[in-house]
Write a protein that binds this ligand. Sequence first.
Ligand SMILES: [Zn+2]
Ligand SMILES: [Zn+2]
Length: 829
Amino acid sequence: MIIQKCYRTWQQWTYSAGHRSHCIFSFLHSHFSSLGPKVYHHQPVNTREFDSHVYARIIQHCTRNNDPTKGKALHCHIFKMGNCLDLFARNILLNMYSKTGLFSDAINLFDEMSDRNTVSFVTVIQGYLNSQEFEKAVELFFSLHKEGHELNTFVFTTVLKLLVTMDCVGSVNCIHACIHKVGHDSDPFVATALIDAYSVCGSVGVAKTVFDGISEKDMVCWTGMVSCYVDNDCLEESLDLFRQMRLENMQPNNFTFASVIKACIGLNAISVGKSVHACVLKTCYEMDRYVGVSLLDLYTKSRDIDDARKVFEEIPKDDVVPWSFMIARYSQSNCCDEALDLFLQMRRETFVSPNQFTLASVLQACATLGSLELGTQIHCQMVKVNLDLNVFASNALMDMYAKCGKMEASMSLFLESRNRNEVSWNTMIVGCVQLGDAEKAFLLFLNMCEENVHATEVTYSSLLRGAACLAALEAGIQIHATTIKTIYDRDYAVSNALIDMYAKCGRINDACSVFDAMTEHDVVSWNSMVSAYSMHGLGADALKTFEDMRKTTIAPNQLTFVSVLSACSNTGSLEQGEFYFTSMQEDYGIEPCMEHYTCMVSLFGRLGHLEKAVKMIEGVPREPSVMIWRALLGACVAHNNTELGRFAAEHVLEMDPQDESSYVLLSNIYANTKRWDDVAIVRKSMKRKRVKKEPGLSWVENQGMVHYFAVGDDSHPEIKLIRGMLEWLNRKSKIAGYVSNTDVILLDVEEDEKARMLWLHSERIALAFALVRMPPGSPIRIIKNLRICADCHMAIKFVSKLVQREIVVRDINRFHHFRDGVCSCNDYW
Ligand SMILES: [Zn+2]
Ligand SMILES: [Zn+2]
C-alpha cells in the first residue's frame, strides 16, 4: 500500500519536475506529519538539490519509532530518485534496517555499498550480535581491520561486548593489547567495557589496573568497577570503592546501589546496608525495580521481616519478582499464614501472574502448614498454566504431598515426571525417611545410583537418619564409606547425621570419632554428641561435652538442655540437674518445655525425692504431658509408693487409656504391697477397655540382613537352633541364681506358664538367634520397639555374664549396655 503510494508520488514528481522539492515534502508531510515542523520548515522549499541530510533525519525518525514499513517506503523512493545518499545517510539507513528487525535487508544494503567506513561495519556487527550470529560478527571485525578502517572506541566496545556474549573471554587480552596500541585505554567507554569483560574472566586485578588508568572517570566507570568487585566476591573492596566514589562526589546510579546492597548482604553487614538505603532515599532511585528488590533482599536477610514488609510496601510491585521474594521469605521464616495471605492479595489485587518460584514458595507454606487442600488447588492452577512440568515447581509439589502425608500422590508425580533432577530424588528420599519408611528410601537411593544421578549432602544425611531409625548399622557404614569418596564427608549435615547414626546403632565410640574428626562444630553437632552420650547412659561424658560446648561461642538451645538434663537424670546427678535447670532459664533465657520438666521429674523420682517431683509437676505452666506422669509412675514403682503411683497412673490412663505398660506398672505396685484385689481390678479394667498391646518386636542385624522377631515368634528358618539356645540359657541362668519375675505378665495363667511365656519375649528370641549365628566375641546389638521389661532386663544381665559377651539393647527410651552381669542404666530406666 505504502509502496503504491510512494510510486504514485514518484509519478507525480516526474510530471511536475519543477516542483520536485515540494513533492518530496508533500510526500513526507502525508506520511510523517508527526515529525512536526522542525524537520522540514527550515529546509528551503524550492531547492533543486538532493538533500541527503534531510533523508537521514527522517530515516532516524523511523528507527526511533520502530517503523520499518515507512523506512522501507522511503528507501524505495530514494532509490527511484537515483539513490544518491551519502555515506553518512546510508549508514543511518543501515542502522534503521538492523534495528527494526529487517536485518537481512541491512546485510544486502551493506553488501551493495560501494564505500563503507567503520560505522557501517560496526552497525552490521551489532546486528549480527543481536541476532546471535557471532561467528559472522567476528569475521566482519576481521575484514574491518583488513580493509584498514579506523579502529575507534565504538569498534572496541562492540567487540568486547561480542566476546563477553560469546563467552570467549580468553581473547580479551588480545583486544586489550590492540586498544593499548591505538591509545584508547584511558577512554572511559572503552575502559568500562574492558572492566566488564575482565570481570567476567574473573581477572579483578587487571580490571582495577584498567580502572586506575582511566583519565576522567565518570559514574559508569565507577559503577562498572564496583559491580566487578561484587560479581567476583571481593565484597570489602567493593564497599571501599563505593566510599571513594562518594568522596569524589560521584552520584551513584541504580546499578551502583543494587551492587553495593548485594555486597552488604554478602558480608552480612546489615547496618552498612541500611546506611546505603538512606543514601538511596536521598536520590531518585528508591522507586527503581533493581534497587527495590535488592533492598527487600537486604531486609529479609536481616531477619527483621517487618522491616522487609515495609520495604515491600514501598517499592514498585508491577512485577512478579518482589512478590515472589516476599512470599518466599515468609515461607522460609515459618510465617506460612502471612505467605498465603500475601499470595491471595497478589492474585486478588494485581494483574501479576505467579511464576514457578512464587508457586513453589506457596507450596512450601502449604507443606509446613499441612494444608493439603490449598496445595491441591495450587496443583490445579499449575496444570492450567502448564507449570506442572517445570522441574522446580514439580519438586515443590512432590514435597508438599509428601509432607502432607500423601506419599503415594508424591510418588506418582515423581514417576510421571520426565525431567527429574537430584532435588526430585532427594524430595522422595526425605519424604520416605520422614514417614518412617527408611527401607524404601534405600531402594530409591539404589535406583538413583543406577540412573547416575548425583547424590548430595541432603541424600546422604537423610539416608543416615533412616539407617539410625532402623538401627541398620551395616547400611549406615556403607553410606559413611560412600561419603568419604565424595566431597560431602566434611559437610555439617552429613557429619551430624553420622554421629546420630552411630549413636543410635549402639556404636558410641564411632560417634565420638566422627565428632572429633570434624574441624568445626555447629549447635547440631554438639547436641548430637551430648544426646549420644546421654542415651548411652554415659552421663559424665555428656556433661563434659556440654561444658566443652560452653567454652565455645556456640550457644546451647532447648534441645541441648533436653540432652543435658536427661544425662543428669540417667546418672542421678541431683545437684548438677538442678543447677543446669536454673542456668538454662537464667543464663540462656530458655523457657523450660515439657521435655525439660519430664527430665527433672524423672531425676527427682529416681533419687526418691517424690515430693520434689510432685512440686515440679505442679509448677508446669501448661497441662502436664503424659510423659511427665509416666516418669512419676516409674519413680513410684521403684520406691514402692502405692498412693502416689495410683494417682500418677490415673493421669496417664486418662490421657492414654490404651497404654499397656502403665497397667503393668500399676499392677506391679499393687503386687509389691500384696493388694491382690487391686491387681484383679486393674486386669478387669484392661479387659473392659480392650487394651491392645502393641506387639513387641525386636530385631538384630547380621551380615547386612535385618532379622525381625515378634513375641513367641516361631517363623524363623533357624527356629530349632534358637529354641535349643533359649532352653540352655534358661537352665544355665537359673543355676546362676536367676528367678523369673512373673509380675510383668498380667494374664490370668499359672505361674509355670508365666515363666515359660517370659522366655518367649522377642528380645530373648533375638538374643538367642544372635548367640547362635554371630561369631564369638562380637558385640550383640538388639533393638526393641517398646520398653524392655524388668524380667528380660534381669535375664540379659545373667546371660551377659554367662556367655562373657557385651550385649547392647536399644529400647524405646535408651540404650542398655550389659556387661558381666551389670547394666549401664543401673537398673533404672
Ligand atoms: Zn521381657
Ligand atoms: Zn538397663
